[in-house]
Write a protein that binds this ligand. Structure first.
Ligand code: NAX
Length: 331
């Protein structure tokens, strides 16, 4: 049987916001080809844009149709969040303003926060009660918090933010340095905020089953490695003249795939509302080491924390508390 042809499997509704943007252009093709929800899972795509983006979205929908994906049962394009999120099982909140060279983080919080109030309310009204939400639009941790706060009927654990791109950057760097492929690197993960305070933790990472801390010099791990991961987004903007798009889409697929299908025992990075793990204040959307199984995210809550890691964890708590304070009227 050709893939996607099993008529007994009911299609799921998947929403992507900012669908006519750069990340959307890479993400939609990966979702449609089965990379996220499995090669037999039919999908109805529900794509949200703002009115100025609707014409571009029409073009994107034409191209999706022209790709003749067997898994795609229907494609809906709309500028109404209640149409886009209706009965959705999975939502990618991508749409928002990317940071430009002249913006600092507080400008970004102010520009994008209000978008997630309206979208959170719409999710609360019309999405499946089991919906899984990944927030990509920046500042993604705080935007996820805003969306969740405005969706009181949906458990806050179902609202996550993406730090998988940062994890993938860390994996790529280690693989390059060790001269192996990225599949040989395991269990390096991100603490905290998707911003330059994040901490890519190498202490439990394995390279070909050997501890990364035995292979790499500690000064490199806590210096160049950490700084390169934390500032990679900016480096891509400087080189490409535009923010990361294909790699961000790929990371969003990795995040949702692992949540949907399981992380196979591997530790993965996901930002989700804290339940007090590692002293992170309750409710703060913070990236933790996680394992996924049966559609659930479980925080790995028993890792040892040394002085350096504690300093970085605390720095990220402070940064996220400040962001939360800056949007307090939206919560
Ligand atoms: P683009 O500007 O190419 O696309 C954004 C799209 O969103 C546009 O088509 C715009 O019309 C649409 N949009 C704006 N407001 C909307 C709303 N209220 N509802 C629906 N659609 C809306 O940006 P792109 O490069 O795709 O980046 C999207 C977001 O991802 C940005 O906020 C960016 O900062 C963020 N990123 C997050 C990353 C992460 O690791 N979490 C990394 C990559 C990226 O920087």
């Amino acid at each position: 049987m050709q893939r996607g042809q099993d008529q007994s499997i009911k299609p799921i509704r998947v929403a992507v916001t900012g669908a006519a943007g750069n990340i959307g252009y890479a993400l939609l093709w990966r979702i449609a080809s089965g990379d996220c929800f499995g090669s037999n899972q039919p999908i109805i795509l529900q794509l949200l844009e703002i009115p100025p983006g609707m014409q571009r979205l029409e073009g994107v929908i034409m191209e999706l149709k022209d790709s003749a994906f067997p898994l795609i049962h229907d494609i809906i394009g709309t500028d109404d969040p209640e149409v886009a999120f209706k009965d959705t099982e999975a939502i990618f909140l991508v749409g928002s303003r990317p940071r430009t060279k002249d913006m600092d983080r507080s400008d970004l919080v102010a520009a994008n926060g209000p978008i997630f109030v309206g979208q959170g309310r719409a999710i609360n009204s019309v999405a499946s009660r089991n919906v899984k939400v990944i927030t990509v639009g920046n500042p993604c941790n705080t935007n996820a918090l805003i969306a969740s706060a405005n969706a009181p009927d949906i458990p806050s654990r179902q609202f996550t933010a993406m730090t998988r791109l940062d994890q993938n950057r860390a994996v790529g760097l280690m693989a390059e340095k060790a001269g192996v492929t990225s599949s040989r690197i395991k269990d390096v993960f991100i603490w905290g905020n998707h911003s330059n305070t994040m901490y890519p933790d190498p202490r439990f990472a394995l390279v070909e089953d050997q501890h990364a801390t035995e292979i790499f010099d500690r000064n490199w791990l806590n210096g160049e490695f950490l700084n390169t991961v934390a500032t990679r987004g900016k480096a891509v903007i400087m080189a490409r003249g535009a923010s990361s798009a294909a790699s961000a889409a790929s990371a969003a697929v990795d995040h949702m795939r692992d949540w949907w299908q399981g992380s196979d025992g591997r530790i993965v990075s996901m930002a989700l509302p804290s339940e007090g793990w590692y002293g992170v204040p309750e409710g703060l959307v913070y990236s933790f080491p996680c394992k996924c199984e049966d559609g659930e995210i479980n925080v790995v809550d028993n890792l040892e924390i040394d002085e350096f890691a504690q300093g970085k964890i605390s720095e990220n708590i402070q940064a996220l508390l400040q962001e939360r304070e800056a949007v307090s009227e939206l919560l």
